[in-house]
Design a protein around this ligand. Structure first.
Ligand SMILES: *Cc1c(COP(=O)(O)O)cnc(C)c1O
Length: 414
């Protein structure tokens, strides 16, 4: 080892020793099958909690197995809104009655962007604003809706190394804007948008603001009620550790709920799900955004993670996230920049979520080699190696071991 890596290794263990959240790492499952040296992709799929196995077994024994269909009456019907309220309280900064869990992020984006547009078109608002760097599903869903409804898309062209800033919206908002769809944290650069300022700007133009919070929820504190956000959609398998395919959630500000009508009318979002009525009549409040049978089984692991997050507190989680990404930036500058790697994430922690992206033409090849040795970042074409740092499950030493392996494998590849 060089003296540089000795120095940072010491820094990493000191950072771990003084980390007030360090004990939370022990709650996560340590695989006995496959030794993980560094998991740097918690922003794509969070690690399972060790207790999830027992909780799922319990659920199968005591709810599904024992109570069978009686469980729908006893508790499952209320799970989408009860888990939604817990999520709202722990991570969204939202009062109860405004959040529901179900469907996938993509489907909820469809339902809510359509609802926002349909409600606005009668008053001549037929434009949807979003950015070219938004996550593919967000762009595709908006393109589909625009084609279906004859709406127009107004594209923001943000600076690729950062993201959408309030000034980027100025020329695009107007009397025809229906809804603006942006990511709170950009999936590629990690740029953290100024949500309160942008929300006010959009509402000042008479339009609705929809935030995709997939890449921020559980790592960046949110105050959706205080910010006056209209709609938010996010997933639960990234920093909320709900597991592969865990359902998404939607937040709809209470005053807006009864004014919006979502386009997929199903029996579970109707006012009397078991009334078997001849016509669709939407439920009052947030339940109207449900369509079919809620994914109860798939929302169980999430509940435990929300308890841990509530206990640790979002401010402490954010502080650790900032320290982790700052350490990653330092290591990237010292070890990877001399090999030709380029930082494409904001250097100011106030403008950054919980991951960073570094570009190098060799990173596709490097990532494949790293995965074989238990170092798991992810790769986003064309050249981006993305390092996701999940605050409750990642240590500074783990990050350091991962960065050191990236340096080694990249050196060999050159
Ligand atoms: C992960 C992610 C999604 C995922 O959508 P799914 O329907 O769950 O596959 C959508 N938007 C953003 C910004 C994401 O980061």
């Amino acid at each position: 080892m060089t003296s540089t890596s000795d120095h940072t290794a010491t820094a990493a263990s000191l950072l771990d020793e003084s980390d007030p959240l360090r004990r939370y790492r022990d709650y996560f499952l340590d695989s006995t099958e496959d030794r993980i040296v560094a998991y740097l992709d918690g922003n794509s799929l969070g690690r399972p909690l060790a207790a999830t196995k027992g909780r799922m077994a319990d659920f199968i024994d005591n709810e599904w197995g024992a109570r069978l269909i009686r469980s729908w009456d006893e508790r499952w019907m209320d799970e989408p809104t009860q888990v939604g309220d817990k999520l709202a309280d722990a991570v969204l900064g939202a009062a109860p009655g405004q959040t529901v869990v179900g469907d996938s992020t993509s489907v909820l984006l469809y339902k809510l962007i359509r609802a926002a547009l349909d409600g606005s078109m009668p008053s001549g608002r037929d434009e949807i604003v979003l950015d070219r760097d938004n996550f593919p599903t967000d762009r595709f869903i908006v393109e589909g809706i625009a084609a279906e409804r004859g709406a127009t898309i107004r594209w923001i062209e943000p600076d690729a190394a950062s993201g959408v800033r309030p000034e980027d919206l100025l020329g695009l908002l107007g009397p025809r804007t229906a809804v603006v769809v942006l990511s709170h944290v950009a999936y590629r650069s990690g740029f953290l948008a100024d949500a309160p300022t942008i929300t006010k700007l959009v509402q000042g133009a008479g339009a609705l603001m929809l935030w995709d919070v997939c890449h921020s929820v559980g790592s960046v504190p949110m105050h959706l009620d205080d910010w006056g956000v209209d709609i938010a959609v996010g997933c639960t398998y990234k920093y909320l550790n709900g597991g592969p395919g865990a359902p998404a959630f939607a937040y709809v500000r209470s005053e807006l709920q009864d004014r919006l009508q979502q386009p997929i009318w199903g029996w579970m979002g109707a006012s009397q799900p078991f009334g078997m009525s001849p016509n669709y009549e939407p439920a009052a409040g947030i339940r109207r955004f449900i369509t079919g049978t809620p994914p109860v089984l798939a929302m169980q692991p999430l509940k435990h993670m929300l308890e841990l997050i509530a206990e640790a507190g979002m401010l402490a989680i954010r502080a650790k996230s900032v320290a982790l990404t700052a350490h990653a930036v330092t290591l990237a500058d010292q070890w990877l920049a001399p090999l030709g790697a380029e930082m494409v994430s904001p250097r100011d922690p106030a403008e950054r979520g919980s991951h960073i992206t570094i570009n190098h033409p060799k990173f596709a090849e490097v990532t494949a080699r790293l995965w074989d040795v238990g170092v798991i970042p992810d790769f986003r074409p064309p050249h981006g190696l993305r390092i996701g740092l999940s605050p409750l499950s990642t240590s500074f030493s783990e990050l350091e071991a991962g960065m050191s392996a990236i340096r080694e494998v990249l050196t060999e590849a050159l």
